[in-house]
Write a protein that binds this ligand. Structure first.
Ligand SMILES: [Zn+2]
Length: 305
């Protein structure tokens, strides 16, 4: 082993499928993941499973085989990317009301009838001039990377989408092509859009991760935000950097949380810029409100004894 970092596969997966006893299923998953020394996050609900796990290659392979041996998950799709043992610090398995929280009411269930494969997606955006791409991820995610010409949503979290949708009314008659990281959010967002009167809605099957496995950076700009310590993943070939330091505008894809704990918003801050000005550890809004790195409220490290 060199450099102390071993490349471990990270798997990202979900499936909307009824799980009658989520607590019992979560307990069984906890046993399996612990035995295989996997780390990451699993959310389990009566509507299905949503997971990201990292581990040694053989353990990850065994996990996938065990999961697919369960007839409910025999066809579950896996998106695989490169990680390290440090991609996640621990294993967290939770039972939740939803596998991705939209909180739009029980009438919004996942849509399965309007998926476009990555190849269909690419063909459509190349050939149909009347489409509009809608990025249904959080705003900080789309600052790291997005499809060319995509409409981005100014939301901090997915459950802000139902309220935000009023601002997309002008797209109601358009052919809307929506995407997210792995597809899980689109299945609900699609149902929400249609429920609100959008007639012509399509979603990218398998999300950005599956698209980039096949088409790399074609029609894609920047990096793809991920919810683990890597913060972003990218395809290096023909990469177009679009993300910028929130303070200085220099190209950077380094995400940090705003120093002020009451804010904690994710922002992109260039490392050199922060080294020169410690106040840049605050987000622009907190900085503009007059806070400094001295007056921000955060847990300071214990003084060394
Ligand atoms: Zn802030």
């Amino acid at each position: 082993m060199t450099g102390g970092t071993m490349v471990c596969p990270v798997i990202l997966f979900y499936k909307y499928v009824p799980i009658a006893d989520p607590d019992a299923f979560a307990a069984a998953q906890r046993l399996l993941c612990t035995e295989l020394e996997l780390k990451g996050r699993l959310l389990i609900a009566t509507e299905g499973i949503n997971g990201t796990l990292v581990g040694e290659e053989r353990s990850v392979e065994r996990y996938v085989a065990e999961l697919r041996a369960d007839s409910r998950f025999s066809d579950i799709e896996m998106k695989v990317s490169a990680g390290t043992p440090a991609t996640f610090s621990k294993l967290v398995i939770k039972v939740r009301p939803e596998i991705v929280a939209l909180k739009a009411g029980p009438e919004i269930v996942s849509d399965h009838d309007n998926h476009l494969s990555p190849a269909e997606w690419k063909k459509t955006i190349e050939e149909d001039p009347d489409i509009v791409l809608v990025d249904v991820r959080n705003s900080y995610e789309s600052t790291a990377g997005k499809f060319e010409n995509a409409v981005v949503c100014d939301i901090e979290q997915f459950r802000d989408l139902p309220d935000y949708l009023g601002r997309l009314e002008h797209l109601k008659e358009k052919k809307v092509l929506m995407y997210c990281t792995g597809g899980i959010r689109c299945e609900k967002a699609s149902a929400l859009f249609r429920n609100r009167g959008f007639k012509n809605v399509f979603q990218l099957h398998g999300g950005i991760m599956t698209y980039q496995e096949q088409f790399g950076n074609e029609h894609w700009l920047g990096e793809c935000f991920v919810f683990d310590r890597r913060m972003t993943v990218r395809v290096d070939e023909n990469l177009v950097h679009i993300s910028r330091c929130a303070h200085t505008g220099v190209p950077s894809a380094r995400f940090v949380n705003c120093l002020h704990d009451l804010c904690h918003r994710l922002v992109i801050v260039d490392e050199e810029a922060e080294a020169k000005n410690p106040d840049y550890r605050l987000c622009p809004e907190c900085l503009a409100s007059g806070l400094t790195s001295d007056t921000a409220v955060y847990k300071r490290p214990e003084p060394a004894v």
